[in-house]
Structure formats: C-alpha cells, structure tokens
Ligand binder design. Structure first.
Ligand code: SAJ
Length: 427
C-alpha cells in the first residue's frame, strides 16, 4: 500500500500545517478550503494565520509544486478532513462542516482510497455519520475504502514540531483502515503511532482536553479561595507543587481557544447524566473572567468611567488566535460596567469590541489611564516595566491577571500593584 496523492480539506491551524508537511515530504497534496479568500491569499503566497515557521513551510510546499490550493476536492489516494467543529445553539457540536467535507469527498472516492477524520468530534461520529455519507459512493467502508479517525494533538505555538514528534493515535473502523492510516502518517511522523478503533480515538481526544480543562478549573477555583482567605495563590501553588504527585496548573482569566473550552461540551451533549464534573469545570472556567472583574471592582470600588488599558486579547500567550478568549469577556464586562476601556493586542491590532477603543500601540493604550490590566502574558507585554510607563500616565493601578509581571519591581517603583488570586499582598 502506498499513498502518493492526498487531499486535505480545511486549511486552518491543523489542515494547513498538515498539508504542507505532507507536501514537503514528497506527496502530491491538494489543499482544499471553501473560503475563496483563503484560497486566493495562499495562491498569492500570503498566509492567513500566525504560527511560528508556518509561512516558510507553506512557501516551500507551494514552491516545490507539491502543494496546490483549490476550493474543491479532487481524486486522490487519501483524504484528510481537518475542518472546524464549532458550537451551534447552546453548546452543541456543529458537525455541518465535517458533513459537508465528507459529502464533497463522496463523488471522487475510489476503490483503495483512505479517508481520515481529524476534526474533534463527539464519540461515534466516524462510524455513525461519516461512514454512511461516504458509502453513498457505492463503495463499502473498511472493504473498498479505508476509514479512520486520527485526532490532532498539537499545541498552537509549537504546531510544526509537535505534528512530527507527538505520538499519534489512529482509530480505524477496522484493523485494515487503522493500518492504512499508519502507512500514510509514517510519511513524516517520528512519534509513536498507536492503532486502535475509531470511537476510542474520538474519545481519547475529548478526554485529553477535558482533563486539562478540569485541572485548570481546579487552579481557578483555588485562586478564588486564596483571595477569600488572604493567601497568595501563586505562592500556595508553588508550595503545593513541591509534593511529588501534585502538579497544579496556573489560574488565569479563564480558558479560551477553540479546543479546551469547546471539546468538553461534546461529552455533556451526548451524556449529560454522566458528565457532571465536566460541566461544572466548564462553568468554573467560563465564570473566571467575572472573578477578574470582581477582583478589580473590590480594589477600585467603582469602575464606572474609569480609564482602563486592557493589554492582550488572545486566548493565550504568543498566539494570534482570539477565539473564545476570556480576555475578550473581561473587556466586555468592563464595558458593561461603564469603564472607558482601551484595548491593545499586539498580534491583532484591528480587533474591535463594541464599546471599547482599539489602539495600535502600547503607548496609546497606556497614555493617561487609571488602571493597567494585563490579560495575556505575551512576551512583548511581559517586557513592559514601570520605567516604560512612568512618562505616559500618573500612578495607575496595576492589575496583573496572569502573574506576568514581577510584583517586587512594580512595588519598588511605587505602584499599586495587584495580582489576581493574591489575597496576601494587597498593596
Ligand atoms: N490555561 C490556563 N492555565 C494553564 C494552562 C492553560 O488558564 O495552566 C489556559 C490558556 O491560557 C488558554 C487555555 O487554557 O486560554 C488553553 O490553552 P492550552 O495551552 O492549555 O491549550 P490549547 O487550547 O492551546 O491546545 C490544547 C492542547 N491540549 C492539551 O494540552 C490537552 C493541544 O495539545 C491540543 O492539540 C489542542 O488543545 C487541540 O487542538 O485540541
């Protein structure tokens, strides 16, 4: 069995690096996206998202003529579906992109082909939804063509390295399908490749992100408890983590991004009676922006009319992705309370939030404000020091929601510095 050509459907954070990596490893790859803007910009050598090293990789792939970009799939030996699974309605998985992608493959599907679903999906999606759509081609899944689910587990910011080095799970609808998947990914994966069934692979993906969500929820709840009991959460976590079997994560303004804040709901959707801890963890993390705003209110008593510089909007440090970002929710809550908010996001200086002012530089953000709120520990924002801002505004309150700054330095410079979850060092 050999795969020489591949069609990757969906050219986002997963599909584009995957298509490019296969192309630079010798496969003839067609990258497919239904968004004509993305197709045009890629064909003009522009990439529409930020990920370290990705621009160079995509340019190399396109330059080698092994990667071409189109808006429709065409015949190939293998197909990878890497489209999003967003929410619809009240936290339900919207499988419409996955379904459309499978429907687009069906007319070009041939004997001996392999189809892999990578999009995060509720358990049984591959078997109950994708397989019947593809079988409308007249071919039998697992017999005439192979079908597998293989979750993507790369960390934004380190995608290109993790794509190659991470262990990869391939869940086939039968053994032959899993083995076919292994042949395909062997093209570039250096991590261990482990074969299983499709539904186990789907569940593993959801379990990984749910596990992280629950652990972050614990850290966030601890930060609220620490505030109440005049304890510094950052000191307390540092001490607890000296225990050989304890590894508490970092509290913050909440959990964002398109994965961890979304995937646990897929369990709640299909098994609400069983997924109670999972639902509660989601609710804790979703209410953490309110904890940030409440903590700030406790310091300032009245936030109405207060001039606030909100620094950082991305869902985590050093990425340009603003999806589901808790920092945005913090800003929206401040706006709702009547604060006069200026936002600065170094990775996206155009993003707007109704009622807030977007500015293009740190200096513009800080100029004349009364409160400086650090919401994302981007390297560029962590480098801000008291010396940088002294000339721009007089005696603002500093509120660090991510433990991104050195409190001693700010205090020694005479600032009123507060840290989220630090009930001990209220200056
Ligand atoms: N966060 C905290 N405290 C922490 C760690 C993270 O509040 O201690 C927050 C971040 O600020 C962010 C959110 O959690 O808002 C998620 O960030 P993350 O770095 O934990 O994860 P993602 O969403 O960037 O990537 C995750 C990864 N999954 C796991 O680590 C289990 C990645 O491996 C997956 O491939 C990715 O989801 C995905 O695509 O599903």
């Amino acid at each position: 069995m050999k795969f020489e050509s591949l069609c990757v459907l969906g050219l986002g954070y997963i599909g584009l690096p995957t298509a490019s990596t296969f192309a630079t490893h010798g496969l003839q790859v067609i990258g497919v996206d239904t968004n004509t803007r993305i197709v045009e910009s890629l064909n003009n050598g522009q990439i529409h998202l930020f990920e370290p090293g990705l621009r160079t990789l995509v340019q190399a792939a396109i330059g080698s003529k092994n990667l071409t970009i189109q808006n429709k799939p065409q015949k190939a030996d293998a197909f990878i579906i890497a489209v999003p699974t967003p929410f619809k309605g009240e936290k339900l998985a919207d499988l419409s992109y996955v379904i459309s992608a499978a429907e687009a493959i069906t007319p070009v599907l041939e004997n001996g082909n392999l189809v892999i679903l990578e999009s995060t999906s509720p358990p049984r999606t591959t078997v109950d939804i994708i397989s019947p759509i593809l079988e409308k081609s007249g071919l039998k899944a697992g017999v005439d063509f192979f079908l597998a689910y293989s979750p993507e587990r790369v960390l934004p910011g380190q995608i290109l390295r993790e794509l190659i080095d991470n262990a990869r799970i391939i869940g086939g609808i039968n053994e032959k399908s899993a083995q076919a998947g292994q042949v395909l990914y062997n093209t570039f994966v250096r991590g261990e490749i482990i074969l299983t069934d499709a539904t186990t692979a789907e569940m593993v993906k959801l379990m990984e992100n749910t596990y992280r969500d629950i652990n972050i929820a614990a850290a966030n709840e601890f930060s609220r408890l620490a505030s109440r009991f005049n304890v510094d959460i950052w000191e307390a976590i540092d001490l607890a983590n000296r225990h050989p079997r304890v590894r508490i994560l970092n509290p913050g303004p909440g959990v964002g991004g398109h994965c961890i804040s979304v995937d646990p709901w897929f369990f709640v959707e299909v098994a609400p009676d069983l997924a109670q801890l999972i639902r509660t963890a989601r609710q804790v993390n979703d209410s953490q922006p309110k904890f940030v705003v409440d903590s700030l209110s406790a310091i300032c008593s009245n936030l109405r009319g207060k001039k606030v510089a909100a620094l950082g909007l991305a869902y985590k440090p050093n990425v340009d992705d603003l999806r589901e970002s808790p920092a945005i929710v913090v800003v929206e809550e401040l706006v709702a309370m009547g604060s006069d908010v200026r936002v600065f996001e170094p990775f996206d200086t155009d993003f707007t939030i109704e009622g807030a002012e977007t500015v293009k530089s740190l200096e513009q953000a800080i100029d004349g404000v009364e409160i400086i709120l650090l919401l994302v520990a981007h390297t560029q924002l962590k480098e801000v020091t008291p010396e940088n801002i002294t000339a721009l505004t007089e005696n603002p309150i500093i509120f660090d929601a991510v433990n991104g700054w050195d409190q001693l330095r700010w205090k020694q410079a005479g600032y009123n510095y507060f840290r989220m979850g630090d009930g001990k060092n209220q200056s």
